[in-house]
Write a protein that binds this ligand. Structure first.
Ligand SMILES: *[C@@H]1O[C@H](CO)[C@@H](O)[C@H](O)[C@H]1NC(C)=O
Ligand SMILES: *[C@@H]1O[C@H](CO)[C@@H](O)[C@H](O)[C@H]1NC(C)=O
Ligand SMILES: *[C@@H]1O[C@H](CO)[C@@H](O)[C@H](O)[C@H]1NC(C)=O
Ligand SMILES: *[C@@H]1O[C@H](CO)[C@@H](O)[C@H](O)[C@H]1NC(C)=O
Ligand SMILES: *[C@@H]1O[C@H](CO)[C@@H](O)[C@H](O)[C@H]1NC(C)=O
Length: 228
């Protein structure tokens, strides 16, 4: 239902002269199956198509992961962070893991054997909204094809974020939400960035707004990791 109303909105904003029925039919009306994520930022060649890994790392060619020694040769060796439904992480650990957005907007994934998120944080089904993209324009302009830090295929759609109001109140006036690419504390050279969700208490500096997190259908090793 949610996806259908989003599609209608996107359709209304398209230019009718460039739109054939076959193109309409080729657009996904819902997010189905497994997918990977990239930063969707048309017009920014540094950010657009940058691979999103694990807990929000951007422009990272291969996901870092944990697999206990008893799993041995059954440890999966996928290279990408894979999700299904509303940003549910795909991993092998019994019971799975959850993605969440902390009060300050930092994107996290619960550790293995735990489904607890920080006080006030948002579950992955709260705040994120998937918007379908038309699939008729091929590779996106300016994305460096062949660079392992990027996936230059146009996303099927993208996730935006706007925190729901707290149960006993409302968000501050003027709060609009969004997704930002910010400097990463893990990479002083600045070649890797960190995706943040803009919550009412988001307070990072040096960030670049991005349209959202682009979704790419995935058919590789699954689960890609034992644990993120
Ligand atoms: C593109 O993103 C990079 C990295 O965040 C930023 O430094 C740069 O200013 C952005 N460029 C534009 C045109 O927004
Ligand atoms: C993962 O392991 C399989 C089986 O050993 C191998 O065929 C494949 O190339 C490996 N993939 C990566 C990305 O290392
Ligand atoms: C909402 O609940 C929180 C946590 O109990 C409390 O700190 C806050 O003051 C409440 N806000 C309002 C507007 O009642
Ligand atoms: C944002 O964080 C900085 C550094 O922690 C702090 O000095 C500043 O007061 C914060 N601003 C807001 C609006 O919370
Ligand atoms: C990029 O995403 C497409 C789907 O949009 C997928 O088929 C392809 O394998 C991905 N490529 C890389 C390098 O991850």
């Amino acid at each position: 239902m949610l996806f259908k109303s989003k599609l209608l909105l996107s359709l209304l904003s398209l230019c009718p002269t460039s739109l054939g029925f076959s193109q309409l039919k080729s657009r996904d009306t819902a997010l189905t199956g497994l997918y990977t994520l990239t930063s969707y930022a048309p017009g920014n060649a540094t950010l657009n198509g940058g691979k999103f890994q694990g807990r929000g790392g951007l422009l990272i060619p291969r996901i870092g992961s944990y697999c206990p020694s008893f799993v041995g040769t059954s440890c999966p060796n996928g290279t990408d962070s894979v999700f299904s439904n509303s940003l549910y992480p795909s991993s092998m650990v019994p019971g799975g893991q959850d993605l969440y957005v902390d009060v300050n907007g930092q994107i996290g994934i619960t550790v293995q054997h735990s489904h607890s998120i920080p006080y006030g944080a948002y579950w992955s089904y709260q705040g994120w909204n998937w918007v379908a993209l038309e699939q008729c324009s091929g590779n996106q302009c300016g994305c460096p094809v062949g660079d392992a830090r990027y996936n230059c295929t146009k996303p099927t759609g993208y996730f935006t974020f706007k925190a729901p109001p707290p149960f006993n109140g409302s968000n501050p006036p003027g709060y609009v939400g969004g997704v930002m690419a910010c400097p990463s504390p893990y990479d002083p050279t600045g070649t890797q960035l960190l995706a943040w969700a803009v919550t009412p208490q988001f307070n990072q500096s040096g960030c670049t707004p991005i349209v959202g997190l682009g979704t790419h259908p995935y058919s590789g090793i699954n689960p890609p990791v034992w644990s993120y």
